[in-house]
Design a protein around this ligand. Structure first.
Ligand code: FAD
Length: 388
């Protein structure tokens, strides 16, 4: 049955014609191109890289960025794309998030003109893939402690250290790597094949199986000063990239929740138990569906307001923390409830629920854990930082 959207509260009336058109394009692509292959990709732990040129052609890569071949969409349109991609799989949305928000955005914001000319058209068109190396084996929630170093040597820089849990890592033509320089955190564009730079994939994941996740190693890796992002100084540079990605995640999680809700709703009408009655006729089942659609609706309204504020340049990191934290927790709970309502069938990959559930465990952790975003919100409302 075709998906007509999940709109209990006339949220669609908040979108303009252009926004609805972008959503429809992303929805059609996700249904026609990702959905048919995603179960096997997840089973085989394979990212469907054959879809990259089409996503590029549709303007999904760096969609909300201006210039250098980017589509220049509004932040709301970009959010709707994230929602539709993640309605099918968080791993595909992750690829698009990393490419646009974590690689293209910092190059556009902090890069030299030469870096922009060289990389942005290639990243937008999917001819090059990027990754973002911030997390280290001993520093996840607290990137300020990072040990990777950038040492000046004549006209060059020498990078040393390890990054881990890096989406697109081994697939990337260019890694945006953050390292501690003489006067603070610096960002570098390190090309695949640079001497001293190696990658290895992380295997055995039960989550994000249709996404490449790798470790990056830098052993006296020499790059020229032209590889450094000249305008990126201090931790606020990578944190600003995370804000871009977290915004998209806030939308993406709604998509996963919609799929879980709609699957459970349809299943509960068809599945019969006790006197040939649909399980949807039971009050306890309806309560779960009522919880899901209520929470999805609240998440949609939060995301629309976030998108409008972002388009007006009024969206702050503390807003994004609430959006990401609330919407991901909501989606995870929808996945759990949906799995419950599908009974035994809910544990198989005949249905998308366990895949969403497993993926969302990552989405809860990456880009700032649920706890860390609670602390950001807590600091905002009390004025007291409680991270340490
Ligand atoms: C599939 C996948 C893809 C990823 N992709 C990328 C990527 O592309 N680039 C990248 O740089 N990173 C990436 N990450 C890493 C991700 O950002 C980190 O996993 C995340 O920041 C959490 O760090 P950690 O795993 O080290 O957990 P930790 O920081 O060790 O946290 C463990 C637990 O302790 C809690 N905790 C920590 N500190 C506090 C505190 N002060 N108060 C309360 N609770 C606290 C956390 O909330 C969490 O529950 C990815 C991770 C995954 C799983």
């Amino acid at each position: 049955m075709a998906f007509h959207g999940v709109d209990y509260f006339c949220v669609d009336s908040l979108f303009g014609e252009q926004e609805l058109m972008v959503r429809q394009t992303a929805r059609r692509f996700a249904e026609e191109r990702i959905a048919p292959v995603i179960r096997d990709c997840f089973r085989d732990a394979r990212f469907p890289s054959e879809l990259i040129p089409e996503m590029a052609e549709l303007g999904f890569l760096g969609a909300n960025l201006e210039g250098y071949g980017c589509a220049g969409m509004s932040n709301l349109e970009y959010g709707l794309i994230m929602q539709e991609l993640e309605r099918v799989d968080s791993g595909i949305r992750s690829f698009v998030s990393v490419q646009g928000a974590l690689v293209m955005y910092p190059i556009l914001t902090y890069g030299s003109e030469e870096q922009k000319q060289k990389w942005l058209p290639r990243l937008q068109s999917g001819q090059a893939i990027g990754c973002f190396g911030l997390t280290e084996p001993d520093f996840g929630s607290n990137p300020a402690g990072m040990r990777a170093t950038a040492r000046r040597d004549g006209a060059d820089w020498v990078l040393s250290g390890e990054k881990t849990w890096i989406t697109n890592g081994s697939a990337a033509d260019v890694a945006l790597v953050w390292a501690r320089g003489p006067e603070g955190i610096l960002g570098f564009l390190v090309e695949r094949g640079t001497a001293g730079y190696t990658t290895s994939d992380i295997h055995g994941k039960w989550s994000m199986r249709a996404s490449v996740t790798s470790s990056l190693s830098f052993a006296d890796c020499r790059v020229s000063d032209a590889a450094r992002l000249p305008e990126a100084r201090g931790l606020k540079a990578p944190l600003s990239c995370l804000s871009q990605a977290r915004y998209g995640i806030g939308w993406g999680a709604i998509g996963a929740a919609m799929d879980c809700y709609e699957t459970a709703r349809q299943y509960s009408i068809l599945r019969k138990q006790f006197d040939d009655r649909p399980i949807a006729s039971h009050q306890l089942v309806q309560e779960k569906l009522a919880w899901m659609i209520t929470e999805i609706t609240k998440a949609q309204l939060l995301a629309v307001q976030a998108g409008r504020l972002k388009d007006q340049r009024r969206l702050e990191p503390a807003h994004i923390s609430m959006l990401k934290r609330n919407n991901v927790a909501m989606a995870l709970e929808c996945a759990r409830l949906s799995r419950d309502l599908l009974g035994a069938n809910g544990i198989t990959d005949e249905y998308p629920i366990m895949r969403h559930l497993c993926n969302l465990e990552t989405v809860k952790t990456y880009e700032g854990t649920d706890h860390i975003h609670a602390l950001v919100i807590g600091e905002r409302v009390t004025g007291v930082a409680a991270y340490k």
